[in-house]
Write a protein that binds this ligand. Structure first.
Ligand code: G4P
Length: 527
């Protein structure tokens, strides 16, 4: 019992979120270098799909291979066991990222100093905020000319809705960039030499008024820094760990991931303040990580590792208790016992069979089709974890069977792909036609290709024009009945039988909201 307690306290499971190109891969790599999990830069492959390749299917397949290797990267640092969960930045895989964020205990948001807040960052941070995930912000690429620090903080607060608390501050920027002042531990980190390459020096400066500052960075920079730090102390709240842990205050660090500058400071602060695994709500009760009975949930399924065997890996986040290889566990939805002889862990880009794992850890369970996203696995108790909602897709198409002799294969294929969370399936109430909803248009190609190559089925698509899918919560059965009658052509059931309304425009939705005031229209399936 003592061991599991210690193991839980040592765990830090987090995700790095950013818009593509802000520097997520570079930062991940530098963190792994600190942890000794990799020995050289360039070892972590970027799993982003280059912009030019958005419709190149083979490229996607290749990327899928890379992304299984980088799905989880674990390393040790200062006696902490850190699990980084990879979050695809590409918008067509946003749903995957949303789900991964249900398995993190905290997040680091990377912002490019020149570009500021970009669309994908906004969407992902929204998901974190919804879940009250503690967030740290890393402003990257300070070696380049960028935006004024205060402007950037204003933009982050306004667009991301975060309350910020700078814990470091840049001394100059771009060509003038000399280093950062670490407010967290009152030290000044300076680049050594003019080429801004990797070497850094750190000085303790307890009193910013000291003339030592001029000697280090020159009079102008010293005065500017003093003024700016004074302004920060006046304008921004003091760091408050409780507020951070509740998702109400986000520490900000500045640096350059490429030059390995400011990364160690971020990591040192992270291991000190970031939360260890937290209790998780199930439909039945709140589950605490320190309970000695095992529980976990599937947040991601990665298929097609070996296309010949239709193999998949189900990624399970452990919520409580110790997981052990070759022990029987209860698959709650299917109500049966399963035993795993080769559960996997992921260390940097290596996979290995694991004997035991603890709350906060992610294990990969080889699967032949037993699991669905959101499934719970326990020592025997009937627990169904909440918090893995479906989000409204942005694209909708009818799916048709293009080979009548293969209708069984088609429906099995669609079923399994939906279990994996590739897309969402809706069945229209009026005529039973099937609609596939996705976050990115790319997914339709993926589905078509995989149905053909893995299930021997063929499909074709037809556009279905909808603005959004909304899950309906009814506070009045009569009004719901009326609505379903009135909008019968625009209502469907999702895979779990929940009622969904396809709004044709935001105006149309507004009209429905006004007319049917006892119904609530949600953009996600859990509310
Ligand atoms: P991502 O995973 O968020 O998509 O970003 P990634 O780390 O791949 O970084 C995107 C680009 O930004 C890369 O350049 C990377 O080298 C560069 N970069 C990351 N951090 C910094 C930094 O601190 N300063 C500067 N100046 N550049 C940085 P690329 O040319 O797209 O790729 P590569 O050929 O260098 O790999």
């Amino acid at each position: 019992m003592v061991k599991i307690f210690e193991e839980i306290l040592r765990r830090r499971t987090f995700g790095i979120v950013s818009h593509p190109d802000a520097g997520k891969t570079t930062l991940t790599e530098k963190l792994l270098l600190f942890g000794g999990a990799i020995q050289e830069a360039g070892a972590v492959k970027s799993n982003k799909i280059k912009k030019t390749a958005t419709s190149d299917f083979m490229e996607i397949e290749k990327q899928r291979g890379i992304s299984v290797a980088t799905s989880v990267m674990a390393f040790e640092y200062l006696d902490r066991h850190i699990n980084i969960l990879d979050t695809p930045g590409h918008q067509d895989f946003a749903e995957d990222t949303f789900r991964t964020l249900t398995a993190v205990d905290s997040a680091i948001v990377v912002v490019d100093v020149a570009k500021g807040v970009e669309t994908q960052t906004e969407k992902l941070v929204n998901v974190c905020r919804m879940r009250k995930t503690p967030i740290m912000v890393f402003i990257n690429k300070l070696d380049r000319e960028g935006r004024d620090g205060f402007d950037l903080l204003d933009e982050i607060e306004a667009k991301l809705g975060l309350k910020l608390c700078p814990l470091s501050w840049p001394v100059g920027m771009g060509a003038e960039f000399q280093g950062v002042y670490n407010i967290w531990n009152s030290s000044l980190l300076l680049y050594e030499g003019s080429n801004k390459q990797k070497i850094e020096k750190s000085f303790s400066i307890n009193d910013l008024g000291s003339s030592d500052l001029e000697n280090r960075i020159g009079e102008n920079a010293a005065n500017t820094l003093r003024d700016e730090i004074e302004l920060i102390r006046g304008v921004y709240p003091k760091f408050d760990k409780k507020a951070y842990l509740e998702g109400d205050l986000c520490p900000v660090f500045f640096g350059s991931a490429l030059n390995n500058f400011g990364v160690k400071e971020l990591l040192d602060c992270f291991v000190e303040i970031a939360p260890s695994p937290q209790p998780k709500m199930s439909i039945e009760r709140l589950v605490d990580p320190t309970e000695n009975i095992f529980s976990g949930f599937v947040f991601k399924i990665h298929a097609n590792i070996d296309p010949n065997h239709r193999s998949r890996i189900a990624f399970v986040k452990i919520v409580s208790g110790e997981f052990q290889r070759n022990k029987n566990y209860f698959h709650v939805r299917e109500k049966r016992q399963l035993k795993f002889s080769s559960p996997l862990t992921f260390l940097a880009s290596k996979r290995a069979i694991v004997e035991s794992a603890f709350p906060g850890d992610i294990i990969g369970l080889p699967d032949t089709g037993n699991f669905r996203i959101g499934d719970s696995l326990t020592s025997g108790e009937e627990l169904n974890f909440k918090g893995i909602p479906s989000f409204s897709p942005e694209h909708f198409r009818f799916i048709n069977n293009a080979d009548p002799l293969k209708s069984k294969q088609l429906s099995k294929g669609i079923d399994q792909l939906m279990d994996e969370g590739v897309a969402q399936l809706f069945t229209l109430k009026s005529n039973g036609r099937k609609i596939i909803g996705t976050v990115g248009a790319l997914q339709y190609e993926v589905i078509q290709y995989r149905l053909e190559h893995e299930y021997g089925a063929k499909c074709s698509y037809e556009n279905y024009s909808a603005h959004k899918a909304l899950w309906i919560e009814s506070k009045n059965e009569k009004q719901l009945e009326e609505f379903l009658k009135f909008k019968s052509r625009y209502t469907a059931e999702d895979k779990f039988g929940r009622i969904v309304f396809f709004a044709d425009s935001s105006f149309g939705l507004q009209m429905s909201i006004e007319k049917f005031d006892k119904l609530v229209f949600h953009e996600k399936s859990e509310y």
